[in-house]
Design a protein around this ligand. Structure first.
Ligand SMILES: Nc1nc2c([nH]c(=O)n2[C@H]2C[C@H](O)[C@@H](COP(=O)(O)OP(=O)(O)OP(=O)(O)O)O2)c(=O)[nH]1
Length: 336
């Protein structure tokens, strides 16, 4: 992806976008500040002006390579864009982890900018980058930043030491990390759809009925869809489908979901029951019939902005899926 293809991430007050060469002077003005640099491990003080140009160029190359996303945090003052700070996420090689870091110009402190930006970038990353964990390391004396990491949902995972270049030595740091369970909202508890029981017996969990379908193309590949940002388990790949509405049969629910999510028309006669998932999802129990379908009208397209992938059966396990799907994938691979 080029930096031009990166769609800026927006929050209520902020935009996170790739840095541009013309940001260098303002970036330098904000970061060449002892109160900012003293908290950042890799930066020198004073911060040379030409380093801002080199840094911006390197961040653009990293976005193109897909190795790191260092973005400008900008606010709006009337029609004027105002550089507020920077935020970055670096993929850790060979793992499904990434490290997040940020700084905010001194005059913008105290307004919740860092938490707003970091929460947004972390949730975006989990939804789009094939990651499972976000990590951070923060100077132990930097209580404001520790509060930011806690506020976005990361939890303390240990202590360590890091080199702080501007301080000329090693200082204690607090390590944080979190996954989807920490950073994305838990799924709402379902209304019971199977029975109209007014109250569940004590300790019983509501049952959530979800219907899903493995669409199989003429090459024997299976369609997976990626759960979009904002949904529970965002970023995991799943079989298209969704919750059944009250009064629907599983086939009716699936036909509706496939139309809504993929804009294809399927007839009930083309839906072959294959297997089902029965999974304790914490606050509810998930029951999910999985159908196979080899014939449909139309070309599947992502109507809800979700990524789609046609996957060979022997490659299905390369895609991170919800825990309920794991046994289904093994059965499907053996069957196909
Ligand atoms: N569609 C689908 N859902 C799955 C799979 N595996 C799995 O655990 N689920 C779970 C995730 C959710 O808890 C639930 C589906 O709920 P959802 O919120 O995505 O359903 P929906 O499309 O009706 O969504 P919405 O309209 O309520 O936003 O089932 C799967 O392979 N496909």
């Amino acid at each position: 992806m080029t930096t031009a293809d990166f769609a800026p991430l927006r929050t209520e007050r902020l935009t996170l976008r790739p840095l541009r060469p013309e940001d260098a002077a303002e970036l330098h003005r904000l970061i060449n500040d002892w109160e900012v640099v003293r908290n950042l491990s890799k930066l020198p003080f004073p911060y040379p002006r030409e380093k801002a140009d080199e840094w911006i160029q390197s961040t653009r190359e990293q976005i193109e390579k897909g190795s790191a996303w260092h973005l400008a945090i900008v606010g709006q003052d009337g029609d004027e864009e105002v550089l507020v700070g920077c935020i970055g996420l670096t993929r850790q090689p060979e793992t499904r982890d990434a490290e997040i870091g940020y700084w905010v110009g001194r005059r913008f402190w105290g307004h919740g900018v860092a938490a707003e930006a970091a929460g947004r970038l972390a949730r975006w990353a989990l939804a789009h980058l094939d990651l499972d964990r976000i990590k951070a390391s923060c100077l132990a004396e930097n209580e404001r930043s520790i509060a930011v990491l806690r506020r976005i949902g990361l939890v303390e995972s240990g202590r360590g030491e890091s080199e702080f270049r501007a301080r000329g030595g090693t200082l204690p740091v607090v390590l944080f990390e979190g996954g989807r369970e920490n950073l994305t909202a838990p799924p709402p508890l379902p209304e019971p759809v199977l029975s109209a029981a007014p109250a569940l017996p004590p300790g019983a969990k509501p049952l959530l009925m979800v219907v899903a379908c493995a669409l199989i193309d003429s090459d024997g590949r299976v369609l997976l869809a990626r759960r979009p940002e904002g949904k529970p388990m965002a970023g995991l790949w799943e079989f298209p489908g969704g919750k059944m509405h009250p009064g629907e049969t599983p086939e009716q629910g699936l036909i509706r979901e496939l139309k809504e999510e993929l804009d294809i028309d399927v007839s009930a006669a083309c839906l072959a029951p294959f297997t089902f998932a029965s999974h304790d999802a914490g606050g509810f129990h998930l029951l999910m019939p999985l159908y196979l379908c080899r014939r449909w009208d139309g070309t599947p397209r992502a109507t809800e902005g979700q990524a789609l992938a046609w996957v060979r059966p022997n490659k299905l396990s390369d895609y991170a899926m919800p825990p309920a799907d794991k046994p289904l994938v093994a059965l499907l691979r053996d069957f196909l």
